[in-house]
Design a protein around this ligand. Structure first.
Ligand SMILES: C[S@@+](CC[C@H](N)C(=O)[O-])C[C@H]1O[C@@H](n2cnc3c(N)ncnc32)[C@H](O)[C@@H]1O
Length: 358
């Protein structure tokens, strides 16, 4: 084929791609309308599951009826609310309400979409980074990323951390019950730290993150939860956070965001007690790209392009593991740093929980 010839078009393939695009575009435009519903309390006002009209919902939420009517139509078209054409009313089914209102449900959709929305706001920085090869630091993103990240991840931690992940680690639950010294590194807003601190009153917890704004938020959350004295939050990087002789060090969804994960792993090793344990929570990923071409991979490769890879490249070394590194790559990082034992201890459809020991 010459370079001027266009390849033949398979019409059915083209039609299927257009159909796919229509779905994708509707979902993309649905992101901000979910945030509108979250921020104005529209979903919360429908939590009772009773049918409501636009006028009634607007009245109860102090919003404009015409806007709310259009918003309800969009929610109905997306399948988020149900529409009764005969009555002209809309209803939020309890199964949907759980994921749209309850921050304790295993999935909290507005948090996830808040995170997604931040990436659209930050796209110009990322486009420029593609040209220059420079990084874009975590702290340079729109604040919706930090808040959205916490709201997106916390429900999963609340659902699995205490009941599934910690029991899957060798001997950790017993140590935490008896009183252990714990560091939660790259803790962000401290959701995981506070969940563990509430569950294990005999243990002491130190949360570290290099991002000062996140640490301030974590401190406020600890005070609000009345956990202040047993939980400290300090600004510190994974490569040099303070303290030694930790029984348990945890990294929740952050090792791959770091510029120098091997350096961080070496520091973890130097701060652990001889029989201590390092838990690494990472996005679910298989070892090979072709095995990650699925809905989970679609989320994480996009997030990795827009957030994780640029964040790592903004730091020293800039290894850029990516959010879909997979178990074998994680094993290399951990064993290169000097850990002698590494295993996959647990998993969910979106996370893998690794255990490493000195
Ligand atoms: C995806 S967020 C996860 C936050 C939190 N662990 C959670 O699960 O909600 C990644 C976090 O890693 C932090 N981080 C990135 N590089 C870091 C480093 N070198 N040292 C400490 N924290 C770092 C970021 O500031 C951010 O809070």
């Amino acid at each position: 084929m010459s370079t001027t010839e266009t390849p033949p078009i398979d019409q059915s393939k083209l039609d299927a791609f257009v159909g796919r695009f229509l779905g994708d575009l509707g979902t993309a435009l649905h992101v901000p309308t979910v945030l509108v519903g979250d921020r104005l309390g529209l979903y919360r006002a429908m939590a009772d599951g009773d049918p409501t009209s636009a006028a009634d919902l607007a009245e109860r939420t102090g919003t404009n009826e015409r806007y709310v009517g259009e918003w309800l139509a969009a929610q109905a078209a997306a399948g988020y609310v149900e529409y009764d054409a005969a009555a002209g009313t809309f209803r939020l089914p309890p199964e949907h309400a759980a994921l749209l209102i309850d921050q304790g449900a295993p999935v909290f959709i507005p948090g996830a979409f808040q995170l997604a929305a931040s990436t659209v706001k930050d796209e110009p920085m990322i486009t420029e980074a593609f040209r220059t090869g420079e990084g874009v630091a975590w702290h340079d993103h729109h604040p919706d990323l930090f808040v959205g990240c916490e709201r997106f991840f916390r429900p999963g931690y609340a659902a699995h951390l205490i009941d599934d992940w910690l029991p899957a680690l060798d001997g950790i639950e017993v140590k935490l019950r008896g009183g252990a010294k714990v560091a939660d590194v790259g803790c962000g807003h401290g959701a995981s730290t506070l969940i563990m601190a509430a569950a294990f009153p005999e243990s002491s917890f130190a949360g570290f993150d290099y991002h000062d704004v996140s640490i301030e938020s974590a401190r406020r959350a600890a005070d609000a939860a009345g956990l202040g004295p047993r939980v400290r939050f300090d600004v510190a990087a994974a490569q040099d956070y303070p303290g030694t002789n930790y029984d348990f060090v945890a990294f929740f969804d952050c090792l791959h965001d770091m510029g120098d994960p091997v350096g961080a792993a070496q520091h973890v090793l130097s701060t652990l007690a001889p029989d201590g344990t390092w838990m690494i929570v990472e996005p679910y990923a298989n070892d090979h790209l072709e095995d990650n071409l699925n809905p989970v991979g679609k989320i994480y490769y996009n997030a990795s392009t827009l957030i994780c890879t640029p964040a790592s490249r903004a730091q020293q070394v800039g290894l850029a593991l990516g959010a879909q590194a997979g178990e074998e790559r994680m094993r290399e990082v951990v064993t290169d740093a000097g850990f002698t034992s590494f295993r996959r201890a647990a998993e969910t459809p979106v996370n893998i929980i690794y255990e490493a020991k000195p």
